[in-house]
Write a protein that binds this ligand. Sequence first.
Ligand code: PLP
Length: 387
Amino acid sequence: MASPLDVEAVRARFASLRRGEQVFLDAPAGSQVPDSVIDAIAGYLRASNANSGGAFATSVRTDELTAHGRAACARFLGCSPEEIVYGASSTALNFQLSRTAARDFAPGDEIVCTRLDHDSNIAPWLELAHDKGLVVRFADFHDDGSLDMDSLAAAIGPRTRVVACTWASNALGTVNDIARVSALAHAAGALAWIDAVHWAPHGPIDVAAAGADVLFTSPYKFYGPHLGVAFARAELLEAWRPYKVRPADPFPLGHRHELGTLPFELVAGVTAAIEYIESLGWPAIQAHERALGARFLDGLPANTRLHGLPTMAGRVATFCVSIDGVTPAEAARRLAERGFAVWDGSYYAHEVMPRLGLPGGAVRIGFVHYNTPAEVDGVLAALKGLE
Ligand SMILES: Cc1ncc(COP(=O)(O)O)c(C=O)c1O
């Protein structure tokens, strides 16, 4: 049994939550950050601000901080520090690394994407297909929001070079069996290209167990600053010819694939975010989120239709709903008036809404470990009041 999360003690660590301005149910678009993350960012700028590679004290501290940061990310993802690549965002890293990986792809080579994915793990491949004559095939999902593994297996063929799949859906909350997805990719000799952005705030990642060859996260979804962090297997980083400036040639692995000066203050912030999660532990986080999610599902009012899995089995506490007689945009506006921050639209899960027949998208309500049972009850009552 996980020791229970002391949610009030957790909330005391966040300036934004102490403010009590609104109920934050928008974590799938970006979570709040604890004070320790803010302090790490400001602390770097106050005490260590410099470029890397110099002989003087602030530069030496900057290099130490970056090494510490890569080690923290490596712990977080279960890889080695040299397999970490920092970038501006998950989307930027995906465009960049997909281009690097595809330098030797030939016309007619195939990429498999899924209709559950955020567009950041689809559009890079569509653009490459446009540039290089590749073929993009799509795997479908079932009406309940779970990935259709038969459709995925059928889309993979002898010319598949990459299977691009999300670990968890940022729209419907579904958690995919990523190890199985990766095994299917590898059986065809393809790379498993995994978007872990939505999963990362909700549970542990072990890239080896997941079978990921490349994997993306966005620290601003897991209590850190706005930045992207990717993993790529050492052999790939070694074999790929990076897009880089010539003086960066001698740098080892991951760093060879980073473009320009890193945002060191944000690297410090990511490290603090990972240390924050480590201070709580995944079992306590997951037990708390599961309880919040079950409470939400149990209390859904009659006017609210859920898109996605009906219990907490196979999902995280990210809920996509339609409200009878109210457009998603209007519902989000009225909920905001009552102090609830929720999202509406497609959240860049560009294939999901047409597939569900929801041209106006839906309302997304996301719970993370800093939310409370009272907040769940509050938003349920507010949803009911939208009638
Ligand atoms: C599942 C998923 N993948 C990728 C992204 C894009 O992340 P970034 O904003 O870091 O490019 C998001 C952002 O919402 C997401 O939810």
